[in-house]
Design a protein around this ligand. Structure first.
Ligand SMILES: [Fe+2]
Length: 245
């Protein structure tokens, strides 16, 4: 169903220089990402064809909406790993989480129930699109004192920061590193997000990139991105921590 040939040019391995993706929603039925195992397997197969060797999938943890725990996530991970094995798909799949910094997050922190990844104990966090939490600096500080390295997911998508990129730069000063969504670069989330994404990338503020893949439309857009030589060239000029995982 997906074509990897366009104008005679193969898209296979377009993202192999990244090696690892650190942001996706591939465990079926536990958040707003993939809803069925067959879709999950198809997305993973296509990500593999795009060159990824390892996927660290990150289900949402949001109070009252997606109240995932290490147990729900690890159970789902195990089922996907078994399905991949049964189909001989040669890719490493791990799981962590994308934590919304809501009222429940402090409990999760206190109970030391955080899912992190990599030797540096990276923790992927996101915040409200309406307003940043007033205690953002404190939460980052607490995460750091507990030995974690927080990563802010898609800073380019928060409209309240568009005119204040110094605030995004300040996040890094406080020890929170940044993950850009690849799809922001082709305007998937709109013109402003694209402009901010390019600015952050060009200012060397971005540490990780991620697919944030939820569904087929994201996959199709990633395949479009892989064909965009201007953006691919910009990405390849930079070094990301993805390849260290
Ligand atoms: Fe996400």
């Amino acid at each position: 169903m997906f074509s990897f040939f366009s104008g005679g040019k193969t898209l296979t391995d377009a993202f192999s220089f990244l090696k690892t993706d650190i942001h996706s929603h591939l465990i079926p039925g536990i958040d707003d990402g993939s809803q069925a195992m067959k879709d999950t397997i198809q997305y993973i197969q296509e990500l593999h064809k795009l060159g990824y060797k390892k996927l660290i999938t990150t289900p949402h943890v949001k109070a009252g909406i997606y109240p995932n725990t290490p147990q729900t996530i690890h159970q789902g991970l195990k089922e996907v790993q078994e399905a991949l094995q049964a189909q001989n798909i040669d890719i490493v799949l791990e799981a962590a989480a994308e934590y919304l910094l809501d009222e429940a997050f402090e409990n999760i922190l206190q109970q030391k129930e955080i899912l992190c990844f990599g030797e540096k104990k990276y923790v992927l966090i996101e915040i409200s699109f309406i307003a940043p939490p007033p205690n953002l600096s404190e939460i980052i500080f607490t995460l750091k004192t507990q030995g974690y390295r927080p990563i802010m997911a898609h800073p380019e998508r928060y409209g309240y920061w568009w005119g204040h990129l110094n605030k995004v730069a300040h996040l890094k000063d406080t020890g929170c590193i940044l993950q850009l969504n690849l799809l922001s670069l082709i305007g998937y989330y709109g013109k402003e997000v694209k402009q901010v994404a390019v600015k952050l990338l060009e200012a060397d503020l971005i540490d990780f990139v991620g697919t944030d893949l939820h569904h087929e439309r994201h996959l199709l857009a990633l395949q479009q991105l892989a064909k965009n030589s201007k953006i691919m060239k910009l990405l390849k000029q930079k070094t990301f921590l993805n390849e260290t995982l």
